[in-house]
Structures are given as structure tokens and as C-alpha cells.
Design a binder for this molecule. Structure first.
Ligand code: SF4
Ligand code: SF4
Ligand code: SF4
Length: 428
């Protein structure tokens, strides 16, 4: 049941719900020990127009994420909350360097998305609704209740828009792996020469563009320019950056929802938490909460049988008859499950594909790629009493991994300690 269903179901329970919410708030404060006095949430008196729409509180155990933290003490946001005019919250959804898949995951609520309008005024959502930058600029600071931002920050327009939305929003949600960890856009950080080398490759050297330039622009290849003068005036494009950044490397972020894309339930949970806060005074989850993840690794969510076999060959799924029940690593297929936080309910491994790590590492690990390498190293038969595989053989096996950096950091390069490739001069 999505939050909008819950929201509708409880329309008639307004007064009772506020009472329950009050009791829950007291419990939360009691549990929070020394912070109790300062943190007790004042139960917001819902405006008359929306009192009947007050939502009940749904405990984490009712959600698909068993380890999701219970709402903690009320967090005070520097931008504050305004009373939602007309009983609706204001919602902005923006994509920076994104593929659109995250937006589609929000639309995946099927007909539920149509009823978002019942609880939110959508002030911006490029993929689905109109909404101009100048309208956002004209708003008061903190006037937008929540902004959901997907995608990494890779150009000047991305940076401008996320900073603008931060200024105008009470809550900013970092939505999807590209925003949380850089995702596939941040793999461009491995191009040593930065944006110039990237543009040169994409517009001059790929087979399709090389042919196009050779056929139509023999004398001077056409490469995108920041500004161009045409008969109707000057046209401009955003400035491409050398280094792709994660959202929290550019602005302050309140919540993180990893996944490529995240499960639809994650955003339902988060929007419901915001609605509960605005209409019912229920404490929000603590700032910085990762929504939709559990505390264990993906292996704990994966139903495949683990035999911890030692391997001497790395294979791709299409090269073997994949045993539908046995752990993929036991079959020699590189799976990043041991280095990835659970939350997706093992979407890929359940259909015979290895996990590529899109939910990012667990909270205990910063470097997902290194963590994956450690897990793989433990599969080789090099323990003292089983030294059947020497250093040379291990190097041979590992060298069969195509594009190791791209494999182990497919989603998290933006947050890795490696950061980016540099030229020998160390210039970029
Ligand atoms: S996280 Fe995945 S689905 Fe979302 S924008 Fe990035 S690539 Fe697309
Ligand atoms: S390594 Fe992959 S296939 Fe094996 S148990 Fe972990 S997630 Fe499942
Ligand atoms: S199995 Fe891995 S790659 Fe697939 S959705 Fe889950 S975290 Fe992402």
C-alpha cells in the first residue's frame, strides 16, 4: 500500500490520529535521552482545510525495509517550514546529470502518481510538468517543502539549479545513485584530460561522429561551444566541468535514497514521512538518513545458496549454464553483493545477473570497489593449507576482468578515494 492510499484511507481519522501522533512523539522524545527537552516535536495544528487529510503514522515494520530507522527527534532545518497553503505541500523534482530513470521510478507508482496532486503542488518537474526557473527564483527561501533531486552535478546549469533549489527548499532529497555516488556519469572522471579529452573523443573519435565530421566538417570539426552567435542572436550552453560531483559535494542534503533507480517504495515512504510531518507533526527521520536500505549487505537479502567455493576462473553469465540456486560468486561470476548495501531485495541476482553495486556500500565501508576486491580475493585458493594457486595464476585470473575500475566503481566513482584520473603533471 503506497502512502497515498494510506493517506486516503485515513482521511476520516484526523483527530484520533493527531492524538496517536502526540503519544508517539512523546515516546520518541523519551527514548532520545539527553536530547529530549530540546527535541520534543510540537504537534503541528493542521490547517482546517487539511485537518481531515491527516495521515496516520506507519511504523517501519509495515514498510518493506525492515531495518529502516524509526523516525527520530524532530530535525530543525535552517530553512524552516512554512504552513502549506491550501493544505498542500510544495514539491519540486529536478534532474541534473541523469538518465531519466529516477523520474520514471517516481512515475512507477502508476495511478498513484495522479493523486500526488492531492497532497502536493508540483512547482517543478521537467519530465512531467511545466515549471520555470524564474518561478522558482521568485519564491521565498524555504518555501518549497521538499525538492527531490536526481543525477550528478556535471555542468554549470546543474550546479546553479541545485543551489537554487537548496535555497528555496526546506528539505532536499538526494534521489538515486547518480546523485548519491556519482553513478555512471562520474565514470567520466576517469578520462585523464577532463572535459576537453571527453568532448574530443565523443565528437571526433567515436565511429559515428568521426564519419559525420569527415563527411560534413572536413576543415573544422564541430564541437559544442559554450556560446554561439546565430542570425537570431546568441545561443549558450552550460559549461561542462572536468570533474563530475555528487549532490552532497555541492549542496547540503537532508536525505539520501540510493538505487539505480531506487525502489518505488522508497519515495513513497519519504513523501509519506514529509506529509506526516506537515499535517500531523510526526517527527521526521533524522537528517542524513539513507532511505530504503538495510544495515546488512545484499548477500543477506539474496536467497542463493552460498557454498563459499574457491574459484580459479572468472566467467560471464552467458558463458555458463547458471545454476539458479547457487551463489553466483561460487560459479565464478563477479558479483558485488558482498560489497553492496541491501535494500533492493536482490533484484538482479534473483534473475541470474550479478549485482553491480548500484545501492552503494554499507555504512561501514567508504570504498565499495576496494571492498569488492577484498571479497573476490577471498575466493582464490591461496590459504596456507590450500596453496594451489600462486601469485602468477592469480594475476592471470584477475587480468581477465575487463575494465576493473569501471566494473568495481560502476556507480560510486564520485565518492571514491580515487576521485579521478590525472595527467602526469597532476594538472586535473
Ligand atoms: S541513478 Fe540510475 S536511473 Fe537514476 S538517473 Fe542515474 S542512471 Fe538513471
Ligand atoms: S555474492 Fe551475489 S549471488 Fe552470492 S550470495 Fe551474495 S549477492 Fe547472492
Ligand atoms: S542487485 Fe545490485 S545492481 Fe541490482 S538493483 Fe540490487 S544493488 Fe543494484
Amino acid at each position: 500500500m503506497g502512502f497515498l492510499d494510506i493517506f486516503k484511507k485515513n482521511k476520516a481519522k484526523g483527530a484520533k490520529v493527531v492524538k496517536n501522533v502526540d503519544a508517539k512523539a512523546d515516546k520518541v522524545v523519551k527514548d532520545s535521552g539527553a536530547k529530549a527537552k530540546a527535541a520534543k516535536p510540537a504537534v503541528a495544528k493542521a490547517p482546517a482545510s487539511c485537518a481531515a487529510k491527516t495521515a496516520t503514522s506507519v511504523s517501519a515494520s509495515q514498510l518493506p525495509f525492515s531495518d529502516l530507522v524509526e523516525p527520530g527527534p524532530l530535525v530543525t532545518y535552517k530553512h524552516g517550514f512554512g504552513t502549506p497553503p491550501g493544505g498542500k505541500i510544495k514539491l519540486a523534482i529536478y534532474w541534473a546529470a541523469a538518465c531519466g530513470g529516477c523520474d520514471v521510478s517516481i512515475l512507477d507508482s502508476n495511478d498513484g502518481v495522479l493523486t500526488v496532486g492531492e497532497m502536493a503542488d508540483i512547482v517543478m518537474w521537467p519530465i512531467a510538468a511545466d515549471g520555470k526557473e524564474k518561478d522558482i527564483e521568485a519564491m521565498n527561501d524555504g518555501e518549497i517543502t521538499v525538492s527531490i533531486i536526481s543525477g550528478a552535478v556535471r555542468n554549470s546549469e546543474n550546479e546553479h539549479m541545485v543551489k537554487l533549489l537548496r535555497k528555496k527548499s526546506a528539505i532536499v532529497v538526494c534521489y538515486g545513485t547518480c546523485a548519491c555516488f556519482g553513478g555512471s556519469p562520474a565514470l567520466a572522471n576517469l578520462v585523464k584530460g577532463g572535459k576537453d579529452e571527453l568532448l574530443d573523443y565523443v565528437y571526433r573519435k567515436t565511429p559515428s561522429t568521426a564519419n559525420f565530421q569527415a563527411d560534413y566538417h572536413k576543415d573544422k570539426a564541430v564541437i559544442p561551444q559554450v556560446s554561439t552567435t546565430v542570425s537570431d542572436g546568441d545561443l549558450s550552453l552550460p559549461v561542462l566541468y572536468d570533474t563530475v560531483k555528487t549532490l552532497d559535494q555541492v549542496i547540503d542534503v537532508d536525505y539520501f535514497v540510493p538505487g539505480c533507480p531506487p525502489l518505488q517504495e522508497s519515495i513513497s515512504y519519504l513523501l509519506k514521512a514529509v506529509a506526516d510531518f506537515v499535517y500531523g507533526g510526526v517527527a521526521l527521520p533524522p537528517k542524513g538518513t539513507n532511505v530504503g536500505v538495510v544495515t546488512r549487505t545484499l548477500c543477506d537479502q539474496c536467497s542463493r545458496r552460498k557454498e563459499f567455493r574457491r574459484i580459479t576462473k572468472i566467467v560471464e553469465p552467458h558463458e555458463i549454464d547458471v545454476d539458479p540456486e547457487l551463489c553466483l560468486m561460487d560459479q565464478g561470476i563477479l558479483c558485488l553483493g558482498p560489497a553492496t548495501v541491501g535494500g533492493c531485495n536482490a533484484r538482479c541476482t534473483s534473475v541470474g545477473q550479478p549485482c553491480r553495486g548500484c545501492y552503494g556500500p554499507t555504512a561501514a565501508v567508504q570504498e565499495q570497489g576496494a571492498s569488492a576486491l577484498t571479497a573476490i580475493a577471498s575466493l582464490f585458493p591461496v590459504i596456507d593449507d590450500d596453496a594451489t594457486c600462486g601469485e602468477g595464476e592469480i594475476i592471470d585470473i584477475m587480468s581477465t576482468i575487463k575494465d576493473p575500475l569501471g566494473y568495481f566503481y560502476a556507480f560510486t566513482m564520485g565518492k571514491s578515494l580515487i576521485k579521478r584520473s590525472v595527467t602526469e603533471k597532476g594538472g586535473k
